[in-house]
Write a protein of this length. Structure first.
Ligand code: MN
Length: 256
């Protein structure tokens, strides 16, 4: 039991920090907007049941309304047609909800170009400096986009040509899906670039990664506080039976 006792001691002593990578959930949480003819998701909302009133004199509680893909959330393989025979979110093994995480930081490039696409060469340059991508772990593509998370318009960054947010090239998504990773995490509204509706195939990160049984994590916060390597990610979606994804609490254990 020494390992867990040491962990508790390190947590109590501040040698391991619990970092919250989850954006707060409210009716102001930015939510993806698809163009017609596609159907859109509900955003997040609270519906009051009672608030120490005649409907419940001593208790306060709400119903929650939300799509599966609202706020910081987990994409399961069945979210995409390429993964339709894969796992729904309730069937993701618990052991895969805890794993190593690395950060590929392109926030400076994305500040200069909101349509920045991560390329295979970027990842290979990263691995030359920092080592291999984590087997059974997450790759977080840091774009700095969480700075826009309290403003739906800035977060979606859409104009007459559609949304302009960073993502991954088709080639990089195809390659990433062949790596021994759990999945890819991002700060943007989805794992794909805003312009990925126009790619071939469309939405390549969803198409290749979910099709390969990997996962997505979106709308992460506080990624700037994560070390490049060495942290442990805990991604906890709700086990919605048959669900394509779920809002998730995402935490990281970081050695300080
Ligand atoms: Mn999603």
């Amino acid at each position: 039991m020494a390992t867990l006792a040491d962990l508790l001691s390190d947590l109590a002593g501040g040698r391991v920090e619990v970092l919250d990578l989850t954006a707060p959930l409210s009716d102001r949480t930015p939510t993806i907007q698809l163009p017609p003819p596609f159907a859109n998701t509900n955003g997040f909302a609270l519906e009051r049941i009672s608030n120490y009133d005649e409907a419940g004199p001593a208790w306060y509680w709400n119903n929650i309304v939300a799509g599966e893909h609202v706020g910081t959330h987990f994409d399961a393989p069945v979210h995409w047609v390429t993964g339709k025979d894969g796992l729904d979110v309730s069937r993701v093994p618990a052991g895969q909800l805890v794993g190593p995480v690395v950060v590929i930081d392109k926030s400076a490039e994305c500040a200069a170009n909101p349509d920045y696409l991560l390329e295979i060469a970027d990842v290979e340059a990263w691995t030359r400096e920092h080592g291999p991508l984590p087997t059974g772990g997450w790759v977080i593509f840091r774009t700095g986009w969480d700075a826009r998370a309290d403003d739906q318009a800035a977060f979606l960054n859409a104009n007459e040509t559609g949304p302009h947010t960073p993502g991954m090239s088709v080639e990089c998504a195809r390659w990433m899906a062949q790596q021994p990773i759990l999945g890819v995490g991002v700060e943007t509204v989805g794992t794909d670039a805003g312009a990925a509706h126009s790619f071939d195939p469309p939405f390549p990160c969803h198409s290749f990664l979910l099709g390969a049984g990997k996962y997505g994590l979106t709308q992460l916060a506080n990624v700037a506080k994560l070390p490049t390597t060495g942290a442990i990610l805990i991604a906890a979606p709700l086990p919605i039976v048959g669900g394509s994804g779920s809002p998730a609490r995402v935490l990281a254990l970081v050695q300080r």
